[in-house]
Design a protein around this ligand. Structure first.
Ligand code: SF4
Ligand code: SF4
Length: 428
C-alpha cells in the first residue's frame, strides 16, 4: 500500500503548494481521494477500449456520457460522498461492460469471429516487422500494405490473438509471434533485427540500439521513435527491407483464438463431462503482467491445478503459462486463450452461457476467477455481482484498508496467498 494516505495536487489550494497527502485542504479525506483515483484509473481503461471501438466506427452515447460524468465527479469540490463514489465505480464497471461488448462486436464484424489458431513462435528469416499493442485495425492496414513484399509481420504481446481472426489470418505476410508479454520488449526488440510498430499503450521508451527501428502511430508517441501518419506504413516497410531481418530460428507453437462460438459448440460435451465429474471446475486466470517476480504465482498456480480443471485465460499474464502443455479432457483443451484484455467480455458471455447450461446463478457455477491488476475489468465483474474472486499478487495501490474491507465484506474478494494454499481453498 502507498506510503501516503492520499496524494492530490489537482488544484491551487493544494497543501504547501505541493500536495495534499493527509487530508485535502478542500476537506476531501483519504477514502474519497482514493475512490476518485480508482474512478479515474477505471475510466482510463474504458477510454482505451472506447477509442478503438470509435476507430472501428462503433459508438455508444451512454459510455461517452458516463466518461464525462465520471471525470466531472473527480473535480475539486464536487463529490465528497464515498458511498456514491463506490456506486460510480460500479457504474464504471457497467460502462466497461458495454464498451467491451461494443469493441468485440466491432472486431467480429470487421475481422470475423476468432477460431483456434496454432501460431508459430520465433523468427522465420527475412525482412520482419514486429507489431505490439492492441490495435487490430492498424495491423490489418499494415498487412494490406505488406502484400506482395517479402516482409513478414510478427505479432508481439497482446497482438497474439490477431491470429485467430479469419480476416487477419488470411494475409500471407502474417507470419507468427515473437516474444511474450509487453515486459520483455526491450530484450526482444534489441535481439531481433526487425522494424517495430507500437500501436497502443504498453510500449516502452526504447533503448538506443533499436530506437531508430521503432515506429509508433496515432496517439502513441515515445522519445526517439518515428511517428507513422495516416496509416501510411511505407517508412516502416522500407526500414524492414533495409534491415534485412533476423535469421531463421527454431520455432515453437502456441494456440490462441478461442471465440465464444467455438467454445459453445462444445457445450453439450462440456455438460456431459461436468455431470460425469470429469471436469470439476473452470478457472479464469487473467490480467495484466508486470516484471514483479511475484507474478510467477500465475505459472505455479496453473501448473498446480488438478487435471480435471479447465483454464480460460486472456490478457498478458497468460504469457506466464501459455507455453505449458496442459493436455485435454476428452478432446476439450485444458487451456483456452480467449484473447486480449477487452475479450473479458467473451469470458463473461461464456459464464452466462454456463449459467443457462447448468441452470445455475453466476456465483453457483464451478468457476473461480483469479485476476491480476485490471481495475476496469474488476469493477465490471463486481457490477455483475461476481463474488469470491482472488486478486493479486499486488493489490490495487489506490485501495486502503477501508476500501479493501468493503470489497472483502461485500464481494468476498481474497488477496492471493500461495498457489497451493489457494487451490486447496478453492477445490476444498
Ligand atoms: S482537490 Fe482538495 S485534496 Fe486535491 S489538491 Fe485541491 S485541496 Fe488538495
Ligand atoms: S493486457 Fe495489460 S499489460 Fe498486457 S499489453 Fe494489454 S494493457 Fe498492457
Amino acid at each position: 500500500m502507498s506510503d501516503f494516505n492520499m496524494f492530490c495536487y489537482q488544484c491551487s489550494q493544494t497543501a504547501r503548494g505541493s500536495a495534499c497527502t493527509a487530508k485535502g485542504v478542500c476537506g476531501k479525506d483519504a477514502l474519497v481521494a482514493r475512490l476518485q483515483d480508482n474512478l479515474i484509473f477505471a475510466m482510463k481503461g474504458i477510454s482505451a477500449y472506447n477509442y478503438h471501438a470509435n476507430e472501428l466506427g462503433a459508438r455508444d452515447e451512454e459510455v461517452d456520457e458516463f466518461l464525462t460524468k465520471g471525470l466531472y465527479s473527480t473535480l475539486t469540490n464536487v463529490n465528497f460522498d464515498a458511498a456514491d463514489l463506490i456506486q460510480l465505480g460500479l457504474d464504471a464497471g457497467e460502462a466497461n461492460f458495454k464498451v467491451m461488448k461494443m469493441l468485440k462486436e466491432a472486431h467480429i464484424e470487421k475481422f470475423g469471429e476468432p477460431v483456434p489458431a496454432e501460431v508459430k513462435v520465433g523468427a522465420q528469416g527475412g525482412p520482419a516487422i514486429i507489431v505490439t499493442g492492441h490495435d487490430l485495425l492498424a495491423l490489418e492496414e499494415l498487412l494490406k500494405q505488406t502484400e506482395g513484399t517479402d516482409v513478414k509481420v510478427y505479432t508481439h504481446s497482446e497482438m497474439l490473438p490477431a491470429h485467430g481472426y479469419p480476416e487477419l489470418a488470411k494475409y500471407e505476410s502474417l507470419a507468427g509471434q515473437i516474444g511474450g508479454a509487453w515486459i520483455d520488449q526491450k530484450k526482444i526488440f534489441s535481439e531481433y533485427n526487425a522494424a517495430i510498430l507500437g500501436t497502443t499503450n504498453c510500449v516502452l521508451i526504447p533503448k538506443d540500439d533499436y530506437a531508430d527501428r521503432l515506429f509508433t502511430m496515432d496517439i502513441v508517441k515515445v522519445p526517439g521513435a518515428t511517428v507513422i501518419e495516416d496509416y501510411d506504413f511505407k517508412p516502416l516497410i522500407d526500414k524492414a527491407i533495409e534491415l534485412g531481418g533476423p535469421e531463421a530460428e527454431e520455432l515453437t507453437t502456441i494456440t490462441t483464438g478461442f471465440g465464444l462460438s467455438t467454445i459453445l459448440s462444445l457445450a453439450p460435451q462440456i455438460k456431459e463431462l461436468v455431470l460425469a465429474g470429469k471436469i470439476k471446475r473452470f478457472f479464469l486466470v487473467a490480467g495484466c503482467d508486470t516484471p514483479n517476480p511475484r507474478m510467477n504465482y500465475y505459472r505455479e498456480f496453473v501448473q498446480e491445478l488438478p487435471e480435471d480443471t479447465i483454464v480460460l485465460t486472456l490478457a498478458c499474464n497468460k504469457f506466464r503459462f501459455n507455453d505449458l502443455d496442459l493436455g485435454d479432457i476428452e478432446g476439450i483443451p485444458r487451456l483456452l486463450d480467449l484473447g486480449q484484455c477487452n475479450d473479458a467480455i467473451v469470458a463473461i458471455e461464456l459464464a452466462v452461457a454456463l449459467c443457462d447450461l447448468f441452470e445455475m446463478e453466476l456465483n453457483e457455477l464451478p468457476l473461480t476467477i483469479v485476476l491480476s491488476w485490471m481495475e476496469h475489468i474488476l469493477w465490471t465483474l463486481l457490477y455483475l455481482g461476481k463474488t469470491d474472486m482472488f486478486i493479486g499478487p499486488v493489490l490495487p495501490a489506490w485501495a486502503n484498508e477501508d476500501i479493501l474491507n468493503v470489497l472483502v465484506g461485500n464481494y468476498n474478494l481474497t488477496p492471493v496467498s500461495t498457489p497451493k494454499e489457494d487451490i486447496k481453498k478453492i477445490m476444498g
